[in-house]
Design a protein around this ligand. Sequence first.
Ligand SMILES: Nc1ncnc2c1ncn2[C@@H]1O[C@H](COP(=O)(O)OP(=O)(O)O)[C@@H](O)[C@H]1O
Ligand SMILES: Cc1ncc(C[n+]2csc(CCOP(=O)(O)OP(=O)(O)O)c2C)c(N)n1
Ligand SMILES: [Mg+2]
Ligand SMILES: [Mg+2]
Ligand SMILES: [Mg+2]
Length: 315
Amino acid sequence: MTSQFPATDDVILGPGDDAAVVSAPDGRTVATTDVLVEGRHFRREWSSARDVGHRAVAQNFADVAAMGARPTGLLIGFAAPPDLPVDWADGFSLGVRDECAVAGGAVVGGDMVGSDTLTIAITALGDLQGRAPVRRDGARPGDVVAYTGHLGLSAAGLALLRGGIDGPAACLDEHRRPSPPYAEGVAAARMGATAMLDVSDGLAQDLGHLCRAGGVLIDLDSRALVPEPALVEGVRALGVPPERAEQAARDLMVAGGEDHALVAAFDPATALPDHWHRIGKVRSADQEQVKNSVNPVTVDGCAPPRGGWDHFRQG
Ligand SMILES: Nc1ncnc2c1ncn2[C@@H]1O[C@H](COP(=O)(O)OP(=O)(O)O)[C@@H](O)[C@H]1O
Ligand SMILES: Cc1ncc(C[n+]2csc(CCOP(=O)(O)OP(=O)(O)O)c2C)c(N)n1
Ligand SMILES: [Mg+2]
Ligand SMILES: [Mg+2]
Ligand SMILES: [Mg+2]
């Protein structure tokens, strides 16, 4: 499984010994881990082995990017039932290899064990290149909130798969192989982003973490949340009537997760990096207000949609 993973300049010693050695020129390494469990995070009927390889890497390197770091190394814990076809493991490895090539990191090690449930536990490393990490707790009142990447496509893709609907491809593809804007994490850090995270659970939910960490509130501007045409198309394919499609798509942007878009706060005097879209503002709050608030994140001053899925269960 390991020989097909190419090394990069960061790899001093790759897989094969008791541990790998990855360079960290400035002495600051970002480390993060995420686990994917069959049935909860992916289904073999909905995603190919190669898709799952892509997604496993993307989910982890998105967290590296969200700290403002450059992806360097990956360690892959692969726990599989004994009857897992060898082809599946090979396909998974190809997906991992190809997503590593996109993100810029390398597989430096891992472990393979037997398990009743197919489970993939990845640890990802990144290089801060001498910068301070962009944390969740740095947003200040008055900051602009902006995102880059996709919002809502993956959630639409999941709803389409659940409904057995074969399209539009842009939604299904984003669910199967999310495309985090890795390089934008570094770009945002260079531009002085005050706080940042990747959207895995849903925009409003994840921005809630940023609010609670920073003791602030965030209000999103619905006019700035412009759904991409493929998302509106996906919502239409789910059976939402045309007059409600735009709003349903916007709700998916706010409530859907797993696209691994990057969302960050910036000082209002800073020009946003290219490809970033302004979607809201950080507001001041007293600590108790934030701690006790069910919805520290609002849209036009109102509670955000609770979840994207309800819309489609109706249809
Ligand atoms: N079991 C755990 N042990 C230690 N830290 C954890 C554990 N689960 C989550 N964390 C930490 O909590 C933070 C948020 O985790 P999570 O919500 O999974 O983040 P993300 O959505 O970015 O993957 C991370 O810093 C993560 O490392
Ligand atoms: C089969 C299947 N069912 C449901 C989902 C939806 N889903 C699973 S986990 C998740 C949220 C993110 O996962 P989590 O494990 O919390 O990742 P993290 O936030 O740690 O990156 C979502 C929306 C899915 N991806 N696949
Ligand atoms: Mg996590
Ligand atoms: Mg994250
Ligand atoms: Mg994560």
